[in-house]
Design a protein. Structure first.
Length: 240
């Protein structure tokens, strides 16, 4: 018997439950929806990005075109960063779905990476952020990648240099919430552990990281995914 696909109403109920569970008192009320967007897109339901957007703009704090444009910059930047961990198609589909419900006066035409360039400054910025997340653990990764230098280059120049070290729109905690959500939704043990640890290292408490993981798991269940391989924050706490 075929399983019914979740509806927009189901998605709105999910988003409200994640918003209620998320540790907004300590992390801020402007972060839960970044986790929700990254997880729902990574989980194979990028179409519900439009429902998340409509839910958000129904709130009083987003009742002006200026506020909605600022919100869209944050949502779009989350999806740009998500490309670095899940690829282009799912984040791109989420953008298309949001664009279908945007009002003309709410559209934001800014271009965050218009002046980006590769090179030493980009590599250095990427390496500085990478070092905050990985610290001494990166040496082991470098040893492994010494025979796979394309991936070391990709990590420093592109993943971190182009995407993750740019904090002009989303700060470090915002960025790690997006990355952790995208990676965990893929049920990746090693990389999830790295970013549970990284989220702790940039100042998010162990209690809050556990709740963040519960939020991601709630969305995974909605998407029909079983996160059977991922560690919990208590499992990596000794590495922090």
């Amino acid at each position: 018997m075929a399983t019914l696909e979740p509806s927009s109403d189901d998605a709105i109920r999910l988003f409200k439950s994640v918003e209620k569970l998320f540790p907004s008192q300590s992390l801020g009320s402007d972060k839960w929806y970044l986790l929700a967007l990254a997880a729902i897109a990574s989980g194979g339901h990028p179409e519900f990005a439009a429902d998340l957007y409509l839910h958000l703009i129904s709130k009083p704090e987003f009742n002006t075109p200026d506020a909605r444009q600022k919100l869209m910059r944050r949502l779009r930047e989350a999806l740009v960063k998500l490309v670095s961990v899940v690829g282009v198609p799912k984040p791109l589909e989420a953008v298309f779905c949001i664009a279908e419900v945007e009002k003309e006066e709410d559209k934001d035409f800014s271009f965050s990476r218009e002046n980006w360039s590769s090179g030493e400054a980009n590599r250095l910025r990427g390496r500085q952020w990478l070092d905050q997340i990985y610290r001494a653990n990166h040496a082991a990764t470098q040893r492994t990648l010494s025979a796979h230098k394309d991936f070391e280059w990709l990590s420093e120049e592109i993943t971190y240099g182009l995407y993750l070290s740019d904090h002009t729109i989303l700060d470090g905690v915002d960025t790690e919430l997006v990355v952790l959500s995208g990676i965990m939704m893929q049920n990746l043990r090693r990389e999830t552990g790295w970013h549970l640890r990284g989220t702790r290292r940039i100042g998010v408490s162990q209690v809050d990281v556990e709740v963040v993981q519960q939020c991601i798991e709630r969305i995974a269940t909605f998407c029909g995914l079983h996160l059977t391989r991922v560690p919990r924050v208590k499992d990596i706490e000794h590495e922090v």
